[in-house]
Structure formats: structure tokens, C-alpha cells
Design a protein around this ligand. Structure first.
Ligand code: GUN
Length: 292
């Protein structure tokens, strides 16, 4: 079994980005600049956004963090987005999800200018992704593709089973794995909460991508020998062993399955760090204006 080391791979990508930033600056170009908007006090979202801001610093980007109150009216959030849309110094904008219930997530996603949408969530960018046109790929699926590519895992003609159909991971990764691309050309089965005979399907997977957010959901009896497993889940569960009183668990029961896999991502240290690296890469692309 080979561990897909997302932490190391993400650090390699960040080093590559830092070199590109030095080149931009040597050519009298400004630093790439990422803006993030955080609404309310969701602990996990605060952790993720802080990690994104820290990563910006590490590669030499500027960053702006806008924190808004949990009860902020939707109109005020949309006004903040518009301010950043027209700010020529800012290359990329993300609004951390989920948002409080009184805010329409789709409206917010569509308010972000497609050429600053470094999350790749805007319908225009999703359309471009489906059509294989240059665009910002959503960071988590893009991180999965990059990890598969850098470990030279063959995908053409393989059966890829995805568990979970979220807009952020399951749905876009199913499209990317079936595209006619260097990493792609899989036969993809996208499964979800209404899928029948899930175990029968997962047992035929050459590549299994799990993104449903249920700790330890995939067990040994659900996989075949030699499968490559990408575990996107990251749940905080109580633990009597750790100092903090909690630990992070993936959607796959790692200890049960590890000796049956050809490759597997650990949690933490697998897909998570890759997501941040790809967000930085999208911001760099925007700063270089390579797409639009
Ligand atoms: N919430 C969970 N993942 C993401 C992500 O990739 N981007 C944003 N904006 N919010 C998220």
C-alpha cells in the first residue's frame, strides 16, 4: 500500500507557487491577492479560512479577510462581494460555505465575478469545466486530480466510484474523472443516499472517492483488493486519547482497509492540504490573467 501524502505534495506545490510569485515580483508585477469572506462563527469554517490566509502568507500572496456577523443581511454580503469584484488589486474571492440559513447560497455564488471565482463554484465556471474549457477547477476535486497525477496513478478505462453528490466535491469530481484528459477517461458511477446495493457497486471500484461526511462509513467488506481510495471526509469526533479531546476521522475506516488498497489518502494529511494548495494555484492563475 502506498500512502498518498497530501501534506508533502501540497508543500511541493506551494514551493512551486512561491517561485512563480518571486518571478512576478522580479518582473514588476504585483503580488497575487486572495480575499475571503467569512460569515458568522462556524468553528470548522474559521479553521479553514485561517488556514487559507496562513497559506497565502507562506507563498508570498497578499490576503484580505472580511468577517461578517452571523446575522448580516444578505444585501450587505452582496455589497461586500461587489466591492471586491471591482477592486483591481484583488485577484480571487471566496465566500466560505456553509452560510447561515437566511442567506441564499446560490445567489451569493452567482454574485462573485466569474473571473475572480477561484473556488470554481460559479455556474459559468462549472459550465466551462464540463465543456473542458480553461477555467478555475473547484479546489478539492482539482486537488484529487493533482494527487492522482503526481503519484502516476493510471485512470484510463478504470471504474471510478464516487460516494456523495455535493456541488463542492462529488458532482464535479465525477465529471473530471470521466473527461477525456490525462487524468480522466474513467467509467464513473456517482452514488448517493438513494443508491441501492451500494456495497455491490463499491466492490467493483478500481478508484473509490468518498465524500459524504460520515466517519468510518467505508469498511473492509465494501472494497476489492488493490483499490485506490481517496478519502475526502473530515469529521471531528470526541477522543479520550488526544489532549484536545477530539480527533479527525475520514469517511473510510483506514485501519480496516489499508492493507487491501494499492493507494490510500490518510486523514488528516491527504486531500485537505491539497484543497488549499489548489486554491492558491487558482489565485495565481487569476493574477497572471491566463484564463479570461
Ligand atoms: N466549504 C467547504 N469547502 C469549501 C471550499 O472549498 N470553498 C468554500 N468557499 N467553502 C467551502
Amino acid at each position: 500500500m502506498i500512502l498518498l501524502d497530501g501534506k508533502k505534495t501540497a508543500n511541493d506545490i506551494k514551493d512551486e507557487i512561491a517561485i512563480e510569485v518571486s518571478t512576478l515580483i522580479a518582473n514588476d508585477r504585483k503580488k497575487p491577492h486572495l480575499a475571503a469572506i467569512l460569515v458568522g462563527k462556524n468553528g470548522a469554517s474559521e479553521t479553514y479560512v485561517n488556514a487559507k490566509v496562513k497559506a497565502c502568507k507562506k507563498v508570498g500572496f497578499s490576503s484580505t479577510l472580511v468577517c461578517l456577523d452571523e446575522k448580516v443581511p444578505e444585501s450587505e454580503l452582496l455589497a461586500e462581494i461587489e466591492k471586491i469584484n471591482v477592486n483591481k488589486d484583488i485577484d480571487g474571492l471566496i465566500v466560505q460555505l456553509p452560510l447561515p440559513n437566511h442567506i441564499d447560497e446560490m445567489k451569493v455564488t452567482q454574485a462573485i465575478s466569474p473571473n475572480k471565482d477561484v473556488d470554481g463554484f460559479h455556474p459559468e465556471n462549472i459550465g466551462r469545466m464540463v465543456l473542458n474549457l480553461p477555467t478555475y477547477l473547484p479546489a478539492t476535486p482539482s486537488g484529487i486530480i493533482e494527487l492522482i497525477s503526481r503519484y502516476n496513478i493510471k485512470t484510463s478505462g478504470k471504474h471510478c466510484v464516487v460516494i456523495g453528490r455535493s456541488h463542492i466535491v462529488g458532482s464535479p469530481i465525477s465529471i473530471l474523472m470521466s473527461r477525456n484528459n490525462h487524468i480522466g477517461n474513467c467509467t464513473v458511477t456517482l452514488t448517493h443516499s438513494r443508491s441501492k446495493n451500494l456495497k455491490q457497486i463499491t466492490k467493483t471500484a478500481d478508484i473509490l472517492i468518498v465524500a459524504l461526511g460520515k466517519a468510518g462509513f467505508v469498511t473492509r467488506d465494501m472494497i476489492k483488493d488493490g483499490v485506490c481510495i481517496i478519502d475526502v471526509g473530515i469529521s471531528r469526533v470526541e477522543s479520550s486519547v488526544t489532549k484536545s479531546g477530539w480527533k479527525l476521522l475520514g469517511d473510510v475506516d483506514f485501519d480496516q482497509v489499508k492493507d487491501k488498497c494499492s493507494f490510500i489518502t490518510p486523514v488528516p494529511g491527504g486531500v485537505g492540504p491539497m484543497t488549499i494548495a489548489m486554491l492558491l494555484q487558482n489565485t495565481l492563475i487569476s493574477a497572471k490573467r491566463d484564463i479570461y
